[in-house]
Design a protein around this ligand. Structure first.
Ligand code: FAD
Length: 365
């Protein structure tokens, strides 16, 4: 095993969802590929895999996961409608799968489920190496997630509180995004429950984490209102500080960064993994078609940067704008928010364009 992996074409550091997706997308390309790190399943009881994190996967991500044969076994709940509103202001919009003629706008799955199914799909054609035994490679791909050595562009001063929530009526196929003056609050349907992602200012989030379940549920109900029914029970809560990090250059000769290792976004609108899967898909396409261009060359790194620039920047700006515009309390921001939601609601073409952008990335234009 060690000899086989002494030198490979592509070494992918980090076996999270994005690293595994790239390895799977390179199957059958006639390349020696190694994943460096441990399978997510081996971390089942470690903080490295979040105990619970609902992930909204776009329909575009489903298409990628199908192409790499990692979709069929994934336990997901389809989202048929997304309801967006703001607390204390006018304007709301509903985007439905019918608007786009798709079976679903997206799907919700737990992070652990996605990471485990992808790692299981990685078969013997791909080598595994421990961190300490990383092979020499023509191309080193960094998929280690948000490693902290990226330039931290912005600390949002907010923390995402994540928990599963039981409600009456049970969650079905509607995802709710509510912009409150403190930060966005998302409820994603997952197997009859909601996955909550609630962004609050750090000090308030620390207090919220310390509350008993009854007080927590009452506070959540007050912040969200009654439109999704009555919140009955909360699962274990976790807290993630929210920081925007990105690399200005996702590649250098012989080294490429993708997924959260390239950009870690605010979770509003649930775009991080969707973007990371598109990074992996596009990189696999470039690697497959790079017969005349050495993988470690400056021109290969430049081609990857060019290919991903528009999508990555657009998503970074869109999520950053949503995260900041929606916590501003001045009347002009409130009016702009209301006008944006109302125009999406009144003009189906605008709604479709917005939804397509969120589903397929910048290539939707
Ligand atoms: C609260 C919250 C909600 C979110 N909701 C959504 C959502 O709804 N939709 C969405 O698309 N995205 C969402 N995201 C973002 C999403 O979780 C990430 O974008 C996604 O996990 C990135 O995948 P990745 O494989 O790049 O990194 P990671 O998931 O971080 O995986 C990296 C892997 O690399 C391993 N690793 C780290 N260091 C090393 C090393 N030195 N050597 C080897 N291996 C290493 C880690 O153990 C891990 O297994 C959310 C994020 C948060 C915080």
């Amino acid at each position: 095993m060690r000899d086989h992996l002494a030198e490979v074409d592509v070494a992918i550091h980090g076996a999270g969802p994005v690293g595994c997706a790239l390895a799977l997308a390179l199957r059958g390309a006639g390349l020696r590929v190694a994943l460096v790190g441990r399978k997510a399943v081996e971390f089942a009881d470690k903080p490295v895999v979040p105990a619970f994190r609902p992930l909204a996967l776009s329909y575009g991500s489903r298409l990628i996961l199908e192409r790499i044969a990692a979709w069929d076994k994934l336990r997901v709940t389809p989202i048929e409608t997304i309801h967006v509103s703001q607390a204390g202001g006018f304007g709301r919009t509903r985007i439905s799968s019918e608007d786009l003629g798709l079976p679903a706008l997206g799907y919700v799955a737990d992070y652990g489920e996605v990471a485990s199914r992808l790692a299981e799909a990685v078969d013997a054609s791909i080598g595994w190496a421990a961190d300490s035994q990383a092979p020499q490679a023509k191309l080193v791909v960094h998929a280690e997630g948000s490693t902290g050595d990226q330039a931290a562009a912005k600390d949002y001063g907010h923390t995402a509180i994540v928990a599963s929530i039981d409600s009456e009526p049970q969650a079905r196929h509607v995802a709710w995004e509510r912009f409150t003056p403190e930060g966005p609050l998302a409820l994603l349907p997952l197997e009859g429950r909601y996955g909550l992602v609630w962004s609050r200012a750090n000090a308030v989030a620390a207090e919220t984490m310390g509350m008993g379940d009854t007080q927590f549920l009452a506070e959540l109900q007050a912040a969200f209102g009654q439109r999704a029914g009555r919140f009955l029970k909360a699962g274990a809560r976790s807290a993630t500080p929210l920081v925007l990090r990105y690399r200005t250059q996702p590649g250098a000769p012989g080294e490429i960064y993708l997924g959260n290792a390239a950009q870690t976004l605010h979770p509003v609108a649930g775009q991080g993994l969707n973007l990371g899967l598109r990074d992996a898909w596009d990189l696999a396409g470039l690697i497959r078609s790079s017969a005349s261009e050495p993988l470690g060359s400056p021109s290969f790194a430049a081609a990857y940067a060019r290919k991903r620039r528009l999508d990555a920047r657009a998503m970074l700006r869109a999520t950053d704008l949503l995260a900041t515009l929606y916590v501003r309390r001045d009347p002009l921001s409130a009016m702009l928010r209301g006008a944006a939601l109302t125009s999406l609601d009144l003009f189906p073409p605008a709604r479709r364009t917005f939804a397509r952008r969120m589903i397929y990335g910048a290539s939707a234009w």
